[in-house]
Design a protein around this ligand. Structure first.
Ligand SMILES: NC(=O)c1ccc[n+]([C@@H]2O[C@H](COP(=O)([O-])OP(=O)(O)OC[C@H]3O[C@@H](n4cnc5c(N)ncnc54)[C@H](O)[C@@H]3O)[C@@H](O)[C@H]2O)c1
Length: 304
């Protein structure tokens, strides 16, 4: 039997006992940068986005390239064309991988390959996800539990496999930023559609971000964003009447654009260990207040 080293399994909380100051560490010093936009630059950073062949992931990958980052695209089919176009338009290095995030062996393989080729990984967005509607759980469609397992496997287990592999890379290099695409469905129950598997998977993803923010606190930051409805195509399975019902419940009266979900994780002034952004709600409020048609929400952090 293997003897466990319990020191590896518990967070170091000695400071809670020994140190009465609100912060266990001094704030990072930001001295070199003198322009705010420099703090958002991803120049020299290696950014990986799963599910980046389409929708929110593609918009995020393009946003990162526009911010100067080298970007790794990753989807079920390698997004070669998108990666090439975005590299040419932005003068950055890109690479496209094909891989199912539910295949733990393939996930490990891709992450090892990226580290070999790019030297490290600075930002990893675990974004790949699906919404398979199966109706109420007492439906015939749910009798064998396969739909439930499939949603959990992609939305939750896939995030776990990616986090486990990239967490080791972050630990080795002493830095990193891990971002999950959660959903407003992690926090509320949408109506009128029944998709309890999706909602439960996203709630678990958001809570996993909180857990890993603690586990990785010495070497990486972990955040989850929670977009509202976005017109990426993921919701096209619904009839227009149902979509209109959604729109009627959104103060702005529309779904978000994928571009509005672009979250830039970069060097910064603000230190947050965990940020949950319920984007549509924030966008609605800001848009109503300031009449902004497009807002990029910057999740600003120090990558030390
Ligand atoms: N669009 C919305 O309304 C909305 C709202 C909240 C959260 N989200 C979340 O945002 C993320 C992106 O969704 P989107 O709206 O851009 O949808 P999308 O369908 O446009 O993009 C999802 C991408 O993930 C890929 N993917 C699916 N399963 C995969 C797997 N097993 N391995 C690798 N890649 C896989 C798909 O091929 C696709 O390119 C998802 O996690 C989704 O749950 C979307």
């Amino acid at each position: 039997m293997t003897a466990h080293n319990f020191n590896d399994n518990v967070a170091d909380t000695h400071y809670l006992l020994d140190d009465q100051s609100p912060l266990p560490k001094p704030s990072p010093r930001v001295v070199k940068e003198n322009k705010i936009l420099d703090l958002f630059s991803l120049k020299g950073k290696v950014c990986v986005v799963t599910g980046s062949g389409h929708g929110i992931g593609l918009a995020v990958a393009e946003g990162y390239a526009q911010a100067g980052g080298d970007v790794v695209f990753w989807d079920l089919q390698a997004p070669e064309k998108e990666a090439l176009k975005i590299a040419q338009e932005n003068g950055v290095k890109t690479k496209a991988y094909a891989g199912d995030v539910t295949d733990a062996v393939r996930v490990d393989e891709i992450i090892a390959d990226i580290e070999n080729e790019f030297g490290t990984i600075d930002v990893f967005v675990a974004n790949a996800g699906v919404n398979i509607v199966s109706g109420t759980i007492i439906n015939e469609a749910n009798a064998d539990g396969e739909l439930w397992k499939k949603v959990m496997d992609i939305n939750l287990n896939g995030v776990f496999y990616c986090s486990r592999a990239v967490g080791k890379v972050f630990k080795k290099h002493g830095k990193g930023s891990l971002i999950f695409t959660g959903s407003m469905s992690a926090h509320i129950v949408n109506l009128p559609v029944y998709h309890s598997a999706y909602n439960a998977s996203k709630a678990a993803v958001v809570h996993l971000a909180k857990c890993l923010a603690l586990e990785f606190h010495d070497f990486a930051r972990v955040n989850a964003i929670s977009p509202g409805y976005c017109d990426s195509g993921i919701n096209d399975y619904l009839d227009k009447k149902t979509r209109q019902r959604w729109w009627s419940l959104i103060p702005m009266g529309r779904e978000g654009l994928c571009k509005e979900c672009v979250v830039l994780i970069c060097t910064s002034l603000v230190m947050l260990q965990l940020t949950l952004l319920v984007l549509n709600w924030l966008l609605m409020v800001l848009t109503l207040l300031f009449d902004l048609s497009q807002i990029f929400v910057f999740n600003v952090h120090v990558l030390l």
